[in-house]
Design a protein around this ligand. Structure first.
Ligand SMILES: [Zn+2]
Length: 289
């Protein structure tokens, strides 16, 4: 009997150690909810060495969470507004329809400029292992991966069941690839439905459209012209002679060659005018509540 108990205990110990190894590996790339970590800590209570490593991880976790205290909230017009005394002169960079050829290079450009952004991805662009690897890398570089629906259909033209499928299947795919659920949602063409709004909120995502973006209009499908339009906020060739650039502007760009080419100039030009690139981690989302 004693031998049996000993073997059972030994077995449990080996299992716990193995679980812990997995957790450690996973934590290199993702953040675990604090509750889960605490549970693990309790399970591993007897083991001194393990406990030290766990609490180191927990310290790091706490630091990260402090940094990520929400400082901005979205307005009805999809701009970003400071909650307390955060700097109001910020703009949010978003890259839609990714990854479709330029996303990784765009992420590298932004990373080198220390400019955070949200990449809104589509499932149809991340079916291959290669494309999933790109999304994983962009996430690991610190960018937010947002849900832009699985196949980029207009949600207003499909059934509720299809809308659910378009949104949920992509959220699951993103979580599988990055280890993290998406926090942001943008409907294709900005075409929302009441059903999708509710679903997105239930899923803990913040729904957003944008305040301006020009790279999908023919006259601005050229790097120099696009850069000028994005930096000034003006696009006279599509009847937008007044600048839309202002505090909290939510800037729409896409995974396109000309946008990739213009990206550095756009970020530098916006900074020259006194705008900081807003870190999406500072935006209040339904999952914070
Ligand atoms: Zn799109």
């Amino acid at each position: 009997m004693r031998t049996l108990i000993f073997i059972a205990l030994l077995g449990m110990f080996v299992m716990l150690s193995a679980c812990n190894d997995e957790t450690e590996q996973a934590n290199e790339h993702e953040e675990e909810p604090v509750e889960e970590q605490e549970e693990e800590e309790k399970e591993n209570g007897q083991e001194e060495e393990v406990r030290e490593e766990e609490s180191e991880e927990e310290d790091e976790q706490e630091e990260v969470e402090e940094e990520q205290e929400p400082q901005y909230e979205i307005t009805d017009s999809s701009s970003l507004s400071p909650i307390d005394d955060a700097n109001p002169s910020v703009v949010l960079l978003t890259i839609d329809d990714a990854p479709d050829g330029q996303a990784l290079e765009m992420a590298e450009t932004l990373k080198a400029l220390d400019a955070p952004a949200i990449f809104f991805v589509n499932g149809i662009f991340m079916e291959s292992e290669e494309d999933q690897e790109i999304v994983r890398q962009i996430h690991e570089m610190g960018f937010a991966i947002g849900n832009h629906t699985y196949s980029h259909q207009n949600l207003q033209n499909i059934s509720e069941e299809e809308q659910r499928e378009e949104i949920i299947s992509l959220s699951e795919m993103i979580e599988e690839v990055t280890g993290e659920k998406p926090q942001f949602f943008r409907a294709p063409h900005g075409a929302n439905t009441d059903f999708a709004r509710d679903l997105v909120e239930d899923e803990g995502m913040l729904l957003m459209n944008w305040t301006y973006g020009y790279d999908y209009f023919e006259p601005y499908m050229e790097a120099d012209k696009l850069a000028e339009a994005m930096i000034t906020g003006e696009a006279p060739e599509i009847d937008e002679p007044n600048s839309l650039l202002r505090d909290g502007a939510n800037l729409l760009m896409h995974d396109r060659e000309w946008t990739n080419e213009a990206l550095e100039e756009i970020v530098e030009g916006l900074r020259d005018q006194g705008y900081d690139m807003l870190d999406p981690k500072l935006i209040l989302t339904p999952s914070d509540e």
